[in-house]
Design a protein around this ligand. Structure first.
Ligand code: AMP
Length: 402
């Protein structure tokens, strides 16, 4: 079965075409600047060279039409006809309390995703555009939605509620939902598989450290707490996001600087984090380069970033009453040797002992970076959110057929 995985943003569509026979990627690509003056389409058939085209793509239906055209193109294509695509899987950021697992797209699912627009105003409307665009181009193909929040629906009430008037939860669903669930789910399962141990026996702390960063406590294979909250702003310090801060700062700064709600939102989401402290970049590579060159602001940004990460690991070890495995994934988690070293160096009280040589190996494969004496397994597990979406879509669509 061939499955098209779609990740639609407000002005972009990322895609991967999977052959589920061997879970191989046949092609992947990206349509950017949808609705702007010149859209850019990048298409990469596996094993062949990448093609880039600039054209006018005004909305998502046209973007998907373009993608399908490239997938079936005589020169750059990987399939003979659109009919070979038997299902489409969509990444959706917010599933609220409606979705604790992936679901087939039907009228009910679409109504629920729409009801969540308020909670994810930037993301869910974009996902809906992707769903509608895929339906318009492939009306008879089943579509599945896979949610970033679903894995965290197992969090207990004491972890997901905020200590504010409960009426806000009942009326407006103000609570913690978390994000990166697809990644934390994939990585924790892959960690158990790598160690050849049942996931039910493991206490795992999963660190997803990319542009956005979050950390999850996984017990018996279920998320029991995670650092992102009602929105992806809470928790760790990130590339451009502040992470945790005293909520009283918001009205104080709005008042002092005469900022609007949108402006303060933009400050906390786009102009904070590594970027604000280093004054250089939101990219961990540039920060660690700055540290190596003795730049004081980059060093401070790196110290703050790793300090906060270590504090979260400590608090999740407390939440789990111990920890068997710590995993690192995503851009910086998979690639930054110095970040992992810095985080692990003050976790000796938990029995963490890093093997510096193993930490320096780059392989793109799941691997152990802790020493043989370490009481905690420290692993690097490359994440693969698209594959989870493809697998969930495959499972749900197969269920339809049987
Ligand atoms: P992601 O959001 O998972 O794509 O991660 C993107 C981020 O990973 C980038 O902004 C970088 O900060 C970080 N990153 C990628 N490669 C490296 C590297 N070799 N060393 C440090 N950070 C990296």
């Amino acid at each position: 079965m061939k499955i098209l995985v779609i990740n639609a943003g407000s002005s972009s569509v990322k895609y991967q075409l999977y052959n589920m026979k061997d879970e191989s990627v046949l092609a992947k690509g990206l349509v950017e600047r949808i609705g702007m003056d010149s859209s850019i389409v990048t298409h990469k058939p596996t094993g062949r060279s990448e093609v880039t085209e600039v054209s006018e793509i005004l909305e998502h239906t046209a973007a998907i039409r373009k993608v399908l055209g490239l997938l079936t193109d005589s020169e750059h294509g990987v399939i003979g006809s659109i009919d070979e695509i038997e299902a489409v899987g969509h990444r959706v950021v917010h599933g609220g309390e409606f979705f604790s697992e992936s679901a087939l797209v039907d009228g009910d699912a679409k109504t629920k995703i729409r009801q969540l627009f308020d909670l994810a105003p930037l993301h869910n409307p974009a996902s809906m555009m992707g769903i509608k665009a895929a339906e318009a181009n492939m009306p008879n193909v089943p579509q599945v939605v896979v949610f970033d929040t679903a894995f965290h629906q197992t969090m207990p009430e004491h972890a997901y509620l905020y200590a504010i008037p409960r009426v806000l939860y009942h009326k407006h669903k103000v609570r913690r939902y978390g994000a990166h669930g697809t990644s934390h789910d994939f990585v924790s399962k892959a960690a158990a598989e790598f160690l050849n141990r049942p996931i039910e026996d493991l206490k795992i702390i999963s660190c997803h450290i990319g542009n956005g960063a979050s950390i999850t406590a996984v017990k018996d294979g279920h998320s029991i707490d995670t650092s992102m909250g009602m929105t992806p702003l809470e928790g760790l310090m990130m590339g451009t996001r502040s992470g945790d801060l005293d909520p009283a700062i918001v009205p104080y700064v709005m008042n002092k600087e005469d900022l609007t709600v949108n402006e303060v939102n933009s400050m906390l989401n786009k102009h904070s984090g590594l970027l604000a402290i280093s004054g250089i970049s939101s990219d961990m590579r540039e920060i660690t380069d700055g540290v190596a060159q003795g730049d004081a602001n980059s060093t401070l940004a790196f110290e703050m970033y790793t300090y906060r990460l270590r504090k979260y690991i400590g608090s999740y070890a407390a939440a789990l009453n111990g920890v068997d495995v710590i995993t690192f994934t995503a851009g910086a988690g998979e690639n930054s040797v110095v970040l992992r070293k810095k985080v692990c160096e003050n976790l000796t009280y938990l029995g963490v002992e890093l093997d510096e040589k193993l930490n320096e190996i780059r392989s793109g494969e799941p691997r152990r970076i802790s020493s043989a004496n370490s009481k905690v397994e420290v692993l690097v597990i490359p994440t693969n959110e698209e594959l989870v979406i493809a697998r969930d879509t495959f499972r749900i669509v197969q269920g339809l057929e049987s």
